[in-house]
Write a protein that binds this ligand. Sequence first.
Ligand code: URA
Length: 256
Amino acid sequence: MRLDKFIADRTEYSRAQIKLIVKKGSVSVDGVTVKKSDMQINPENQTVCVEGKNLVYREHTYIILNKPEGYVCSTDSKDGATVLDLIPDELKVKGLFPAGRLDKDTLGMVFLTDDGELAHRILSPKRHIPKIYLVKLDRPFEIKYVDEFTKGLILENGEKCLPARVFAVENNEKWAFIELHEGKYHQVKRMFAAVENHVERLMRISMGGLKLPVELGKGQHIELLHKDVEKLFSPLDAEDFCRKNFVVFSSYLINN
Ligand code: URA
């Protein structure tokens, strides 16, 4: 592979800019400063260093981000601050995008990748990858929601939802967890609106068998290996995970 292509795929630099930084002596391959940006390298077993940072070879990039309020799940900066603004340059590979959207005011787990095939599997409505949200309600949770959500709720515009699991949190009457198998626009907010409640705060805490790491702070991210990503397609013991981590996630949601 050409060195400039390898660098261009992993940084913000254009081919022309790469030529310049190579000229300046800021690029090395296996510790040796290089002179030509079009030289051939084998990224699988050579180390490329640009301005003091090693560029890691991987076929694709997979990231879990803990999205703060105020960021949009878009790749277009015309929409305002985007989740990509929270990703450091060395991970911002070409084609990186959020696989699935959260509203601007929703917090929590966003999965970003440049692996189109995987993103397609995640977003495919046929796969029904479960997503769990922690919800802070305006009014107390009512036990009748469990049945109504399980049956498949009808939204105010007549749209029918797939069956969803919802459960309350003991001694915390305005909190609930909801597990969805689809992703309609503003779905959680519209579901609670359909039962005459109102979502005050919303945070996604898992996608498939992948959990938002509890130690991940506001706007922080972790990079995943391909083998971990397959957890997206395996089940999660949802209730156990939710109950165990309620205190951490609810305090985070209140304080952010
Ligand atoms: N449902 C919503 O209402 N908003 C989100 O961001 C995600 C699910």
